[in-house]
Design a protein around this ligand. Structure first.
Ligand code: FA5
Length: 346
């Protein structure tokens, strides 16, 4: 095997020395290094050698490849200098040839809608903050009134990361909700405050037409004096009407989240079937879009805020689901499919 490789090398280097034109260069490069070239074919046999021999011959083959490539490069420079006008050679330059068309990409619908939402909330005086996707169990659950043994943990299963005990004593999870930013932000900014937290969330759950195991949410939170459910509804109506730019049928119904009291969910009439019922809304005619409510005193306390003086509301909008409704996308999983035929439509 080594003899064969050395013979190929010697023949190739001799022939390379004699290259006189770009055409000869192309032919010779193909003869030795092309897909069916002598060298390329020869090294395919290395895998059938005995295990002991393989690394030795592999190393020699690598060195020979480098020698051949260097030989070709050296002659290329020499030929390039003298034979720039050889017709049909790789080195000739034809200014009339069209350049390769560059495809210009564009932003993903998730980024587009997130940008639009950020503009809307900024105009209402909200700060925009980004939170960590890898989060401590404390900020994702415990600080939100969900102790380790609380049954509400079952509502959102996630991916638990094994922490390096030397660096971190807390359990680390992929955040299940952008609510992980609530107490973080209270610690950082205190009261009063108004902020939104757009970002990605992760859940260990089976996927279907309206559930993915990673998706985007946008959390909003206001902490101030005299905050009521009326303020919460007003803010939600404002951003929904600005994004959808049409009249929407929504319903606010009581729901349980340990970090708010009272808690609600906002459902939107399914735009895909106009409420008649279809696979995308699981035949109910409605799609759950937002979880929300008035801040629970325990959460304010965890954030170091006096719940006697201040109150607040928070909501978690399912941004990915909103895009589903906005563009009448029948299956949420298309959003992260990476299918260019899908993303090209936006
Ligand atoms: C929450 O995540 C709460 N953090 C929301 C909240 C914030 C409540 C503040 C109270 C105060 P929920 O699990 O329902 O709640 O998710 C909120 C929204 O995210 C849902 O209404 C839905 O639009 C979207 N969502 C939830 N799970 C998925 C999923 N698997 N795939 C896509 N979107 C989802």
């Amino acid at each position: 095997m080594q003899n064969i490789l050395n013979t190929i090398k010697n023949n190739a280097l001799r022939e390379i020395e004699n290259i006189k034109s770009g055409d000869e260069y192309i032919k010779l490069e193909k003869k030795y290094l092309g897909r069916n070239g002598e060298f390329t074919k020869a090294i395919k046999d290395i895998k059938s050698l005995a295990e002991k021999e393989r690394p030795i011959v592999g190393k020699i083959a690598n060195e020979i490849r480098i020698d051949l490539e260097n030989g070709f490069n050296k002659i290329k420079e020499a030929v390039l200098e003298t034979a720039g006008d050889i017709k049909g050679s790789v080195f000739s330059f034809d200014p009339t040839l069209q350049s390769k068309k560059q495809e210009i990409g564009h932003l993903h619908p998730t980024t587009l809608i997130q940008n639009e939402l950020m503009d809307i909330f900024a105009s209402m005086g909200f700060m925009i903050l980004e939170g960590p996707e890898l989060e401590s169990d404390y900020y994702n659950f415990e600080s939100l009134n969900v102790p380790k043994t609380h049954p509400a943990r079952d509502m959102q299963d996630t991916y638990y990361i094994k922490p390096d005990k030397k660096l971190c004593s807390s359990q680390i999870v992929l955040r299940t909700q952008t609510s992980n930013m609530q107490v973080r932000t209270m610690h950082e900014y205190g009261a009063p405050l108004r902020a939104i937290f757009p970002g990605k969330c992760f859940r260990n759950e089976a996927t279907d037409v309206c559930h993915d195991n990673s998706f985007h949410q946008l959390e909003g939170m206001i902490i101030d004096k005299n905050i009521s459910v009326a303020n919460l509804i007003a803010v939600m109506e404002e951003f929904l009407s600005k994004v959808f730019k049409r009249e929407l049928k929504t319903k606010l119904r009581p729901a349980y989240f340990p970090f708010v009291e009272p808690g609600f969910e906002v459902d939107m009439n399914c735009i895909i079937c106009d409420g008649a019922g279809c696979p995308s809304c699981k035949n109910s005619g409605w799609l759950e879009m937002i979880g929300c409510g008035l801040m629970h005193p325990n959460v304010l306390k965890a954030g170091g805020i006096d719940s006697e003086e201040y109150g607040g509301f928070a909501f978690g909008l399912g941004t990915t689901r909103m895009i589903m409704m906005l563009h009448e996308i029948a299956d949420i999983r298309l959003m992260q499919s990476g299918d260019i035929r899908f993303t090209k439509q936006f």
